[in-house]
Design a protein around this ligand. Structure first.
Ligand code: SAH
Length: 264
């Protein structure tokens, strides 16, 4: 029972993010899907008022989760304080980042969640999903294995699948003694744990790189989105810690200052 309480707190480190849902009923259903699995933090990237008669009706007993949802004007703002981000997609080959099934993905996310990092799982628009640019903001991708002839689940149903797997791993598994021992070990290691950078710090580094690549004429007048996307993939593969990001930032900034001095 004690383990159970302990792991309930782990679910508190998880945020579900819906990007520009067009049907607000889906936001209510997503809140219900989350609450049934013990998740409470919902973020929505939207300029709409998400509290409508339809969303409230579909939330049913999860109206508290819906009413507490945070609305953001952009995905970057919704992810600002997240340290690990997973993006979900019905397409399974979009942007060569690590691609997992829900269960494997949760196994990958769990150590970060257990160590107290904020984790976001991002879901896309009903018609078009997440853009490649949005997927590139994620550390890993999740595809729910489905009928290849019709693989697009309803938005709230995919939230249900992921919320279920998160609960299975972080709560139900705690009944297993070996798992619980590993979790305790991970928690004891917390102090030696090198945290991942916050999403906003990574984004600020990418913006800094882009600005300086433009300034030094790397793009030869044209804005090369492809190179920037490749750079994001390289950094995503490196799985940087916050400290490593600081080193990269510091060394690059120092070289730039030096180059400016030589030029002057
Ligand atoms: N045609 C869109 C489908 C959007 S469905 C596309 O190509 O992505 C709305 C959202 O539900 C998706 O953005 C994703 O977040 C989630 N979703 C639906 N089916 C999924 C699947 N099989 N695997 C992972 N996520 C899925």
């Amino acid at each position: 029972m004690q383990n159970h309480n302990l792991s309930s707190n782990f679910l508190d480190n998880i945020q579900i993010v819906l990007v520009e849902p067009s049907h607000l009923g889906n936001v209510g259903s997503a809140a219900r899907a989350m609450k049934t699995m013990g998740l409470t933090h919902l973020a929505v990237v939207t300029d709409k008022d998400i509290i409508t008669p339809e969303s409230m009706a579909l939330a049913k007993g999860a109206q508290d989760v819906l009413q507490a949802a945070m609305c953001y004007p952009s995905l970057n703002e919704a992810l600002a304080d997240s340290a690990i981000v997973a993006g979900t997609s019905a397409r399974n080959r979009s942007v060569e980042l690590p691609l997992y099934q829900p269960k494997e993905a949760v196994e990958h996310l769990a150590p970060h969640i257990i160590k107290g990092c904020k984790c976001s799982v991002v879901f896309g628009r009903e018609r078009t999903g997440l853009t490649n640019e949005e997927l590139l903001k994620c550390d890993l991708h999740i595809n729910i294995d489905a009928n290849p002839e019709y693989s697009s689940l309803n938005l709230a149903m995919s939230v249900q699948v992921l919320s279920y797997e998160l609960r299975q791993h972080l709560i139900t598994n705690m009944q297993d003694e070996n798992f619980a021992t590993n979790v305790k070990q991970l928690m004891q290691d917390r102090e030696n744990f090198a945290p991942k950078p916050k999403h906003e710090d990574l984004e600020s580094y990418y913006a800094f790189l882009e600005q300086n690549l433009i300034a030094c004429g790397f793009f030869k007048g044209e804005h090369n989105e492809n190179v920037l996307a490749q750079l994001r993939k390289i950094y995503a593969k490196a799985d940087l810690t916050a400290h490593e990001l600081q080193i990269l930032y510091g060394t690059t900034a120092s070289m730039i200052r030096h180059a400016v001095k030589i030029k002057a």
